[in-house]
Design a protein around this ligand. Structure first.
Ligand SMILES: [Zn+2]
Length: 260
């Protein structure tokens, strides 16, 4: 493959020769090309929650060549996390999840800058963190965190890729925070039993992997401005029947976040 010819009169790549080789399978995708890969390289992604969803999404975003990733989590690795949180290891039980994940991610791609925030962010700190990034992945497991992240993303107008998984089911949507599109609060009532967490209801291990991968795909598409986002749509996955359904979702006129 001749990479240099693919610039076709576009500006010369800001990527090094090693990066052009490393990401060649991305760059050969016509819609991605060097421009898409360069956009990934300049992107700053905030991943909130380094459990099952965050581990899954982060490893692909790091491998894919996102330039900067910030991991937020105040938990430590526990034995019962290892069933699905694939960046953590037996020997790192007891270590902060952010540190454990950073160790694993650094081995995948040393080019990527990986920042860690090992504390629960209050509203002001959350808004500041969101403002400093280009896109946010909500990989948390509880409604109050999700509502706070949605509010911060709406205020900052930062796109939010929201994932959730419980039992054999997963859900993903992307909230671009643009006019006439729904926010998480518009549709959170559609989420079944939002107060249940995996520790209470159980979760099939690869379901979180699948949902995290879909979040990573949405983030890459959003950063590279390619394809069609899950904006105004809620993807619902049922792993038991292996069915994927997409619901159209609209702004809720009475939403307390995005409506006047
Ligand atoms: Zn709303």
């Amino acid at each position: 493959m001749t990479i240099s010819s693919s610039t076709n009169g576009k500006k010369h790549s800001e990527l090094s020769d090693a990066q052009l080789l490393r990401y060649s399978r991305h760059i050969m995708l016509p819609v991605m090309d060097i421009d898409g890969q360069t956009a990934l390289w300049h992107a700053r992604v905030l991943i909130i929650g380094v459990g099952g969803l965050g581990c899954s999404a982060a490893q692909y975003l790091v491998a894919a060549g996102v330039g900067q990733i910030t991991l937020v989590d105040d938990d430590v690795v526990e034995l019962n996390n290892l069933q699905r949180q694939v960046l953590h290891t037996e020997e790192r039980v007891g270590l902060a999840k952010t540190q454990s994940a950073k160790l694993a991610l650094s081995q995948i791609n040393t080019d990527v800058t990986i920042n860690t925030i090992t504390q629960r962010l209050d509203d002001a700190a959350l808004l500041e963190a969101v403002t400093q990034h280009d896109i946010v992945l909500d990989c948390t497991d509880n409604l109050s965190s999700r509502q706070g992240i949605n509010q911060a993303c709406f205020t900052a107008k930062t796109p939010l890729v929201s994932g959730a998984a419980i039992r054999f089911e997963g859900q993903v949507s992307t909230y671009t925070m643009q006019p006439n599109t729904p926010c998480y609060a518009c549709v959170s009532g559609l989420f079944a039993q939002p107060n249940l967490t995996c520790s209470e209801a159980g979760i099939l291990s690869p379901i979180v992997g699948m949902v995290g991968c879909i979040q990573a795909i949405e983030a890459i598409k959003c950063i590279a401005s390619i394809g069609e986002l899950l904006s105004g749509k809620l993807l619902i996955i049922d792993g038991l029947s292996m069915t994927f359904n997409t619901l159209a979702i609209k702004p809720n006129p009475t939403c307390g976040v995005c409506q006047d």
